[in-house]
Design a protein around this ligand. Structure first.
Ligand code: AMP
Ligand code: MG
Length: 362
């Protein structure tokens, strides 16, 4: 199959300072051109949505179809932005604004929240979607550069508990209710949820394959070429962008990473990261550098990699052993050890000779 380059549809509107957890392997043009009916057109775009750089590789049978697919994604992203953005009036923001009341939400918000509550239970709140009061207190990545007082931290901790959240359905309408002083933060799950929904929409409209990258959250839809999966590079945190310690193959899967090297601030020689503990009320003290999850469920992959990152190495290994359905690649903070789920053995290629890879039986 021969991919023709279509014009670049949209230039990057803005660039995010954040280093993507993951970068894509360089695009290769296949050597053989096949018959005309197998030809397809490729469209690569970079835009900025929801505080995130969105990079798309879209393919269609004709230039018109390819552009239609790109437009479809643009429209869907705008729809999710209007539904879930925290920077404007949205149904999700409404839940926080009317904390304590039963608020109507969209089926998508309900579905994502149900998944979030499930992962919060499964990880013992290492992933905690009601972390909002602590996120708003520290403001890490959003101008926060001070350590809050102990009193303020204790006050916020008391308001963090996903067990108070209710999601209910009534005749096809969905409702959500959080505690009166609570605040929901879907920052660790929304991109994974949305990415997968975008891929599903493309597929339903007839697209065979695509690669969607929402700020490092990657959806590999279909295969790269028939019989050849997509290959996703896992970024070495200490090296230049595009230097990978491993590459994983993915076919109709999400490859999502949480890492220490994204948003943080430094004070008195201590680095404060953007993932917080609902127990201590402080940025988690983790000895993990990054967690990558490969899963068909984007929301689950996104939420779990945040939770597993927060657990720290030992607890994370025990968690993987207890959950065979979780397929992960963990890199330790010494950047010398990586732990890989046995199920990924045939899907991972190791690239960095300085990292020793150990497979964990699940
Ligand atoms: P991610 O980049 O997917 O790991 O998500 C990190 C974002 O999730 C942060 O910027 C916060 O908005 C939010 N967050 C921070 N700590 C937690 C936590 N323990 N559980 C769930 N979300 C969190
Ligand atoms: Mg996440």
């Amino acid at each position: 199959m021969f991919a023709k380059k279509l014009l670049l549809l949209a230039a990057a509107a803005a660039f995010c300072a954040q280093l993507p957890a993951m970068a894509l392997e360089t695009h290769q043009t296949p050597a053989v051109q096949t018959q005309a009916e197998n030809e397809e057109y490729e469209l690569d775009t970079t835009t900025f949505h929801m505080g995130t750089v969105v990079q798309l590789k879209i393919f269609g049978k004709t230039p018109e179809e390819t552009k239609r697919f790109a437009q479809l994604i643009d429209d869907e992203v705008a729809r999710f932005d209007d539904m879930m953005s925290v920077h404007k009036e949205t149904p999700l923001n409404n839940v926080n604004k009317h904390a304590g009341e039963k608020v109507e939400v969209t089926p998508e918000i309900a579905e994502m929240t149900i998944e979030a509550l499930k992962i919060a239970d499964m990880t013992d709140s290492a992933f905690e979607p009601m972390i909002g009061p602590l996120v708003n207190l520290w403001k890490i990545g959003f101008g926060g550069d001070k350590v809050p007082s102990d009193e303020a931290i204790q006050e916020a901790i008391r308001r963090v508990d996903h067990r108070h959240v209710k999601v209910t359905e009534d005749n096809g309408r969905w409702f959500m209710q959080i505690g009166a002083d609570q605040n929901v933060d879907m920052g660790a799950i929304a991109k994974g949820y949305i990415g997968q929904k975008l891929a599903e929409k493309l597929k339903a409209q007839g697209a065979k394959h695509a690669l969607l990258d929402l700020g490092g959250n990657i959806v590999a839809m279909g295969e790269k070429y028939p019989g050849t999966p997509w290959r996703i590079g896992l970024q070495s945190p200490d090296k230049t962008r595009g230097a990978y310690f491993a590459v994983v193959s993915a076919n109709d899967e999400n490859v999502i990473t949480s890492g220490a090297y994204e948003r943080n601030f430094e004070k008195n020689g201590h680095r404060y990261g953007h993932i917080l503990s609902p127990v201590t009320g402080r940025p988690v003290a983790t000895d993990i550098s990054s967690v990558t999850i490969v899963d068909k469920n984007g929301a689950k992959a996104d939420a779990l990699c945040t939770g597993i990152f927060a657990m720290g190495w030992e607890r994370a290994e025990a968690f993987l052993k207890a959950h065979p359905d979780v397929h992960a690649v963990l890199l330790r903070d010494n950047l010398k050890e990586a732990l890989v789920s046995e199920a990924l053995r045939d899907k991972i290629q190791t690239y960095d000779p300085e990292v020793s890879f150990r497979f964990v039986k699940q």
